[in-house]
Design a protein around this ligand. Structure first.
Ligand SMILES: Nc1ncnc2c1ncn2[C@@H]1O[C@H](COP(=O)(O)OP(=O)(O)OP(=O)(O)O)[C@@H](O)[C@H]1O
Ligand SMILES: [Mg+2]
Length: 324
């Protein structure tokens, strides 16, 4: 397998980039390259940061943070998929131990052998990304063990007699989290912990926002059944943005149809790009029920809300889709 340069304007969503903008990857997928999502659309503001980090002369990590379903995990997965780069991921949780990063000892035919974990595997493979998902759910005593690696030191494989493992060329450490490391400031992510500032000092941080209406239209247009009209898709995006603005307390940004409803203060949830895609999938599955939009909204969003919040969200949807 050879390392080659890929033209970035071949990637979905990046056609406007000039031919000279390229990025290194392999000429074919490695055994550790994620699958491509045919519906995925790259967003320039996010790609710029991730690619800049991949190609910078730095040992620092990159923290991609933001609301659920905004596109944090799919970004590194899809960039690696399109560049045929290897990606090794782990998911953070409160019982994760440092040894889980390094590997495990197993008995095979009576012999004890060390199986390398995802971090050790990534560390030895040129151009690999180690993706640590939900990094703000890991106990800080564990996550700070990454500090020496973020400073550029070798892995010391304590499960394998302290073997030192050098970082292969351009291996990158990327984190995802719903918070920016300061703990849950919104009440939405109550299992998030405050990350240690010594770790935060060793990462770049980029907020992955929900897509702009135009970007989200491109995403949904590709993902949603072609029989659904553009206008319907645009209405669903306007509705999602009303919910997002009200949830964020940015009441002055909401559409005029939402302004008159006086539901400010009742919205305790947001609508992610994931939920919006799912909403359309469910609506396509149940087109013949009485009110397909509310039916799908209940399944995807509002059956998980307080009654007041559910009611407010239904009113916002009805206002956007009025007349359909
Ligand atoms: N740029 C995009 N193009 C196409 N689909 C997208 C895009 N961004 C998000 N989506 C849709 O939203 C879903 C969620 O994206 P992703 O898993 O990246 O979110 P996340 O930010 O990691 O969420 P969480 O915080 O819940 O882990 C994707 O599976 C996809 O359906
Ligand atoms: Mg994710």
């Amino acid at each position: 397998m050879k390392i080659v340069n890929h033209q970035l304007n071949k990637l979905p969503g990046l056609a406007a980039l000039p031919d000279e903008i390229t990025a290194e990857g392999y000429d074919q997928p490695t055994d550790y390259t994620p699958n491509r999502d045919p519906d995925y659309i790259f967003r320039l503001d996010d790609v710029r940061v991730l690619l800049g980090h991949m190609t910078s002369d730095t040992s620092a990590g990159l923290l991609l943070w933001g609301h659920r379903g905004s596109g944090k995990s799919s970004l590194p997965n899809q960039l690696c998929a399109y560049l045929n780069r290897p990606l090794f991921s782990m998911h953070g949780h409160s019982s994760l131990e440092w040894e889980d990063f390094l590997g495990a000892k197993e008995i095979v035919d009576g012999d004890t052998i060390t199986m390398d974990g995802p971090l050790v595997q990534a560390w030895q493979m040129p151009l690999a990304t180690f993706l640590l998902e939900e990094a703000d759910r890991i106990r800080t005593q564990v996550s700070v063990a990454l500090n020496p690696l973020l400073d550029g030191y070798d892995i010391v494989h304590t499960l394998d007699s302290g073997r030192r493992i050098k970082r292969a060329r351009d291996v990158r450490l990327v984190f995802t989290a719903n918070t920016n490391g300061q703990g849950d400031m919104t009440g939405d992510y109550n299992s998030a912990v405050s990350m240690d500032t010594s770790l935060l000092d060793r990462v770049w941080a980029h907020k992955v926002p929900y897509p702009s209406p135009e970007e989200e239209f491109t995403i949904l247009r590709k993902a949603v059944d072609s029989q659904i009209g553009d206008e319907q898709i645009r209405k669903s995006i306007a509705f999602a943005n009303d919910v997002r603005y009200l949830h964020a307390g940015e009441d002055t940004e909401v559409s005029s149809s939402a302004q008159s409803l006086d539901v400010s203060g009742a919205i305790h949830t947001t609508i992610s790009t994931r939920a919006l895609c799912e909403l359309w999938r469910v609506m396509s599955k149940f087109p013949y029920v009485d009110n397909p939009i509310i039916y799908a909204l209940r399944l995807v969003v509002t059956n998980k809300c307080t009654p007041e919040c559910a009611d407010a969200i239904h009113k916002l949807a009805e206002a956007q889709f009025a007349g359909d």
